[in-house]
Design a protein around this ligand. Structure first.
Ligand SMILES: [Ca+2]
Length: 219
């Protein structure tokens, strides 16, 4: 990853208990159905509600990582100090979550984060995931396609020590690398990144948990 901050990173904003890239239809549909988050309502039900494109056409739900088991096999880490593991400690759905320890060093102002590779999803429309930063408030999902086009999104003001649901439309994300064609066409790799310049007070390890990482795609 580049050491410099990308020039264009859109920022996700908080709407009630949900962090979204826009306040559009998906949230309206959710609220119209009176679904309460933070309860035992499963993600399957959520997707049944939000899994609609603007035109009303249904989207397909594809699981990037359910964080249950063996999912760490497809995560690359840069540097030996970072750790990624499936964890039963704190779980949002099922029996496992993804536990990532980010060694934030304020002197090294660069992006750090593990990358899930070999995802291979066509026509990605929305990424949805649960994240629980234990003592911080920031995460940046970064999506890379097969020719190197990269999109990113700032998700700030997360609630530490709680599960935060993040819903991001791919079309709302900022392009930080053009790749060969300047078009984000498919999801090849996913990085959950942090940067020392993004609100970290001191140099030390920061623990994050992730769960049920999915993509809604065009059928
Ligand atoms: Ca591309």
């Amino acid at each position: 990853m580049d050491d410099d901050l990308p020039a264009v990173l859109q920022r996700c904003r908080r709407v009630g208990e949900i962090w979204e890239s826009s306040t559009e239809k998906c949230r309206e549909r959710v609220m119209n159905k009176s679904i309460k988050f933070g309860t035992t309502v499963g993600l399957a039900l959520l997707f049944a509600v939000v899994g609609l494109a603007g035109s009303g056409a249904p989207l397909r739900t594809e699981v990037i990582d359910d964080c249950e088991r063996f999912s760490i096999g497809n995560w690359w880490i840069a540097g030996t100090e970072m750790s990624v593991e499936t964890s039963p400690e704190l779980v949002r759905e099922g029996k496992g979550s993804l536990k990532i320890v980010y060694p934030v060093d304020l002197k090294q102002r660069k992006w750090i984060g593990p990358t899930k590779h070999s995802v291979n999803m066509k026509k990605p429309k929305q990424i949805i995931f649960w994240v629980r930063p234990e003592e911080s408030t920031y995460i940046a999902p970064q999506l890379i396609d097969s020719d190197g086009t990269q999109l990113g999104m700032d998700v700030a003001d997360l609630k530490p020590g709680k599960w935060n649901l993040v819903i991001i439309k791919v079309e709302d994300m900022g392009m930080s690398k053009k790749g060969k064609d300047g078009v984000f066409s498919d999801l090849k790799r996913l990085t959950f990144a942090v940067h020392a310049a993004k609100g970290f007070a001191e140099s030390r390890d920061y623990i994050y948990y992730f769960d049920n990482i999915v993509m809604l795609t065009d059928k």
